[in-house]
Design a protein around this ligand. Structure first.
Ligand SMILES: O=C([O-])CC(=O)C(=O)O
Ligand SMILES: [Mg+2]
Length: 585
């Protein structure tokens, strides 16, 4: 068994009950968030660990602590204040933090994660309090091995790393992107069952091109422009090598890289270190699952839809690729699948020969022949012209541009289909392509909707009053990445294959109850969905021969499910014992 941390290890007693063996005591112990039970230490532990006089006399149960903390939480006046409150709880007492999150996941997800995390990213330097995770910057890339040694965790399995070049739809956020890595990993624990001591948020501070940040003396990142080209690649090579040496079992989730870097980094490392890009693959799988469910809701299949994807960055190309793969899995030829997917970016529809096309966009560019019967005015069809000419039945927004789905575009969708599928997926809320209430007003109550950030269901109003409540599914990759990562960890996948990602999408669709008209599960179901995804991802890894965990390779489905449930971390205080060498000193 590997050591977990320099401060403690998990052991089993004579009766096979787990306990923590700690080798730090007293005041220091109370300042390690993974160990601090604050008012929860028993009288015996207080004596044994040198805590007498340092904590209040009354021993609180976890229930009492939750109640006290949740009350204070409710008193915070803004969403950002609530975010800060929860984050400082996380930096004080992680078990309590996750215990509260477990009870109030649906309420707290938008606070800890999208959309409020977007505000936290932007205010990161102002809000900075405690160290969490690993900062890799040009200041210490040469001594990265030392930085990695300085981390107190010894068995990290899941890393989220961002270079902050495209945080949500908010663009370059410099050092502030660390808040995204932290937020995503808290969901790996709260929804994906990965122990908090197995996770490591990483900020790859390669600089920022934002002049306002560079000019701000209080900005906490390195004050230089972003590394590019060979310098950037070397920086990332060093990071990957360092991680592999210190944490050979770790999986990396690449997060919020601008499109050029997103594809390059994924291609360069996905076979070197088990890794995936959340915005390309996680978003792709999430969107595909929602489209499968939306097609079912219409009484049709995926292969009957015609898709327009808006935005050709990491998310847009990821979604377009996932749809194409999904169509092929559903039986279409490569050519027929490609024919049903249109991608629109700033220049309009992607068409072969356009000078601005980038490598990963090329296979989505239409042949000019395809457009012979189309009517359009400029050099390339606009979004509206594409929706009309292609007779699109599904429209997906990954543009980061608010208001892009205009009334004319949405009305055109409604003309193509009685039940148009319209997913404005850009995050956070400020970047959404159209508000759900606008979509319902323009396209009617039959519209099947999902958004990346959470929205309330939309009342449909007629002159007689409200005649329908139109559901808005939350189409966020949080329904994919925790389960995908957990499945890869469980099977110790050497690589995260496209089929593993597709399995995650199919599992999400299989576990969506469409009877409510919603094409994604509720957040209350997130944990169970993640478990189901983890099992099927692990199974796929075994089938493809990339699972290096021997124990798992011989398991049948039932055993695999039991194994995943057993490994699922839950927030509970374990009893503490003092390590021998501390006793002696
Ligand atoms: O963080 C989220 O809510 C989803 C995501 O990856 C993004 O929008 O970049
Ligand atoms: Mg992202």
């Amino acid at each position: 068994m590997s050591r977990i941390s320099r401060y403690y290890d998990v052991r089993r007693d004579e009766d096979d009950h787990r306990y923590l063996e700690v080798n730090v005591t007293g005041f220091s112990l109370l300042h390690i968030p993974l160990l601090n039970k604050s008012t929860g230490f028993s009288p015996e532990e207080r004596k044994l660990l040198g805590l007498q006089g340092l904590v209040p006399p009354h021993q609180s149960s976890l229930e009492e602590q939750k109640e006290r903390t949740y009350r204070r939480y409710l008193m915070q006046s803004s969403n950002l204040d609530k975010h800060v409150y929860l984050r400082s709880l996380q930096d004080r007492n992680e078990v309590l933090f996750y215990a509260i999150l477990e009870d109030h996941l649906e309420e707290m997800l938008p606070i800890l994660y999208t959309p409020t995390v977007g505000e936290a990213v932007q205010a990161f330097s102002d809000l900075y309090r405690y160290p969490r995770g690993l900062v890799v910057s040009t200041a210490d890339i040469e001594t990265l091995d030392q930085s990695l040694e300085n981390l107190p965790l010894d068995d990290v399995r899941m890393i989220v790393a961002t270079d902050s070049s495209a945080i949500l739809g908010l663009g370059d956020q410099g050092f502030g992107g660390m808040a995204i890595s932290i937020g995503k990993l808290s969901l790996y624990t709260a929804a994906g069952g990965v122990g908090p001591d197995k996770t490591l948020p990483v900020e790859l501070d390669v600089g920022t091109n934002r002049q306002d940040l560079l000019d701000d003396p209080l900005y906490l990142g390195k004050h230089h422009r972003r590394l590019t080209g060979a310098e950037y690649d070397e920086f990332l090579d060093r990071f990957v090598e360092g991680v592999q040496a210190r944490y050979p079992k770790a999986i990396i989730q690449w997060e919020d890289f601008a499109k050029g870097a997103a594809f390059r980094v994924l291609d360069r490392y996905r076979r070197v270190v088990p890794s995936f890009n959340d915005d390309i693959q996680g978003t792709g799988a999430m969107a595909l699952a929602g489209l499968i469910s939306a097609s079912r809701l219409k009484g049709e299949t995926l292969t009957e839809q015609i898709f327009v994807v808006v935005g050709a960055g990491a998310g847009g190309i990821g979604v377009a690729s996932a749809i194409r793969q999904g169509l092929i899995r559903a039986g279409l030829s490569q050519q027929d699948a490609a024919a049903r997917v249109y991608v629109v970016d700033r220049q309009g529809l992607l068409v072969q020969g356009q000078p601005e096309l980038e490598e990963h966009q090329l296979s989505f560019a239409r042949h000019p022949e395809d457009l012979k019967r189309w009517s359009f005015e400029g050099a390339a069809p606009t979004l509206l012209e594409t929706v009309r000419n292609a007779h699109a039945t599904a429209l997906l927004g990954l543009s980061g541009v608010s208001g892009l789905f205009s009334q004319a575009v949405v009305e055109a969708m409604a003309q193509n289909s009685e039940r148009p599928i319209i997913f404005p997926l850009s995050n956070p809320t400020s970047n959404v392509e159209a508000l759900p209430e606008e979509i319902v007003r323009w396209a009617g109550p039959g519209t099947i909707m999902a958004s990346g950030s959470p929205f309330a269901d939309v009342p449909h109003r007629t002159s007689e009053g409200v005649d329908a409540l139109v559901p808005v599914g939350q189409g966020n990759n949080v329904f994919i990445f925790p389960g995908l990562g957990f499945g890869a960890i469980i099977s110790r996948a050497r690589e995260i294959t496209d089929n593993m990602v597709m399995e995650a999408a199919q599992t999400l669709a299989d576990h969506t109850d469409i009877s409510s008209g919603r094409v994604y599960p509720s957040i209350q179901e997130l944990r169970e969905v993640s478990i189901q995804i983890a099992v099927r991802v692990a199974r796929q890894a075994i089938t493809e021969g990339v699972a290096s965990e021997r124990r798992v390779r011989v398991m049948n489905d039932q055993e695999l499910m039991a194994f995943v449930r057993r490994r699922y971390w839950v927030p509970k205080y374990l009893p503490y014992r003092r390590a021998k060498q501390v006793e002696a000193s």
